[in-house]
Design a protein around this ligand. Structure first.
Ligand code: B12
Length: 222
């Protein structure tokens, strides 16, 4: 059954038909597919497929590029609230896209995965200034700042992770707050997280959840 759902969903996003894509997942849930399976086995693979198509074809339709993100974000948000509710909080994370970066989908997926792992998530949105990351982490007593960067310059630039690290150091917070990063530039260069002085990175939402949970445990144990 899942194979047919994946095929129907992929066809809908290829046609940029949001209503049909939403109907496919709602029908699947009604038929007993879990919201977690919709996100991890339908939505994420569909994005990867579409990204490969876009990357192969320089003339790829901008509407497809845009709607893939929009549809997946909406489906993910609808499903995340139906994930199994966690019994207790494992810790707290502030998450956002780095300064100058308006890509939101990866961040939303990571948030969903974290929530499914009982981590409380404070979503600061997109285009987040480094000072705000730190101020909000302190205000919410978060153990981790999670920074999503989809472009090379927003990952490596002066208003990205490097600046967050500098602020944590200056304010004596490095033992209390760890930094996790992710996004396309880190997938292209798995050593980049060290260059930008993050504590950890992860290539997808599922591994992000685990990596961030490890950082939370590290802070709590110190
Ligand atoms: C969809 C998309 C858009 C959509 C975004 C819609 C939205 N609401 O997010 C739109 C059309 C708006 C867009 C705009 C632009 N885009 Co764009 N976009 C993409 C695309 C196709 C997919 C990104 C995406 O959503 N991926 C799907 C998610 C699920 O994957 P992900 O973000 O990587 O997230 C996963 C992991 O990385 C990880 N993760 C993500 N964040 C975090 C954080 C932490 C802490 C952790 C641990 C893990 C983690 O877990 C996530 C879930 O599995 C990529 C191509 C690509 N190959 O990535 C280009 C891409 C990122 N875009 C690119 C560009 C250039 C742009 C524009 C500048 C285009 C333009 N000329 O206007 C603008 C920039 C706007 C801005 N200022 O930010 C380039 C960046 C190139 C570079 N080297 O810097 C890419 C790589 C395309 C390309 N091949 O050229 N884009």
């Amino acid at each position: 059954m899942l194979k047919q759902i994946v095929a129907d969903y992929n066809e809908a996003i290829f046609d940029t038909d949001k209503e049909r894509a939403l109907q496919v997942v709602e029908d699947a849930v009604a038929a007993g597919v879990t919201p977690e399976d919709i996100v991890f086995k339908v939505v994420i693979p569909a994005i990867e497929d579409m990204m490969q198509t876009i990357n192969r074809d320089p003339d790829a339709n901008l509407a497809q590029h845009f709607m893939t993100g929009q549809i997946a974000a909406e489906v993910t948000e609808r499903m995340i609230v139906r994930f199994k509710q966690p019994p207790a909080s494992a810790g707290r994370v502030v998450i956002g896209s780095s300064h100058g970066d308006l890509h939101s989908l990866g961040k939303r997926i990571v948030s969903g995965c974290l929530k499914s792992l009982m981590v409380e998530v404070v979503d600061l949105g997109v285009n987040v200034a480094p000072e705000r990351f730190v101020d909000e982490a302190v205000a919410h007593e978060a153990q981790v700042i999670a920074i999503s960067s989809m472009m090379v310059h927003t990952a490596k630039g002066e208003n990205g992770c490097l600046k967050v690290r500098q602020l944590l150091r200056e304010r004596g917070l490095e033992g209390r707050i760890k930094i996790a990063v992710g996004g396309a530039p880190y997938r292209f260069d798995p050593e980049l997280y060290k260059t930008v002085q993050a504590d950890a990175w992860a290539e997808d939402g599922i591994t992000a959840g685990r990596a961030i949970l490890d950082l939370i445990k590290e802070v709590k144990a110190s």
